[in-house]
Design a protein around this ligand. Sequence first.
Ligand SMILES: *Cc1c(COP(=O)(O)O)cnc(C)c1O
Length: 222
Amino acid sequence: MSIKQNLNNIKSQLPEHVTLVAVSKTKPVSDLMQAYEVGQRIFGENKIQEMANKWETMPKDIQWHMIGHVQRNKVKYMADFVDLIHGVDSLKLLKEINKEAIKHNRVINCLLQIKIAKEDSKFGLSAEEAKTVISSDEFSELKNIKVIGLMGMATFTDNMQQVENEFKFLKHTFDDLKSKRLDNFNLETLSIGMSGDYPLAIDCGSTMVRIGSSIFGSRNYN
Ligand SMILES: *Cc1c(COP(=O)(O)O)cnc(C)c1O
């Protein structure tokens, strides 16, 4: 099946309140343009340099989401154009994003990444750490970032019961933190679900799915 068919199939299955991020990491601009031509305007990348290169060459009505782990010293390369940063996992990183956003006179939307997987390799804050961050005075002073939601990645496993438990834990955390409202904190977006688990994620309350291989085919990292 073609990229266009894959995309249309997936879109036809998504409820209206769920936003699709087309995860295009490692894929050439020509592949992204196929998705663009059938209306896709949100693309997710996990490397800042690759995202910046694609942003430069592609139409300017695309919204670019950084879904990978972000190194503080690289924030400056996306600060002028990134639409949403999914993987924010420390106050230090929020401060850096805020600093770069000020230089461009804009507010950068962020999601806090919560660690829900039982694997050491996954990044993220615990629910408690997230609470500590957003309750701090330092956080409330960051005027050029806005935390609009949470993001999580389930354990890489075939055990869908475990994945479901992890998603439900994150949804619970989301509902818990949602009662808090600040100028720079207002939870609306729950970013969970990838090619292998997005129907389950939607059942568990996802409002944003990040789908790569089911649209663009498997990735070749060589
Ligand atoms: C690569 C990636 C995805 C998409 O994964 P697929 O299984 O190809 O859909 C989603 N989220 C993150 C954070 C990723 O790095």
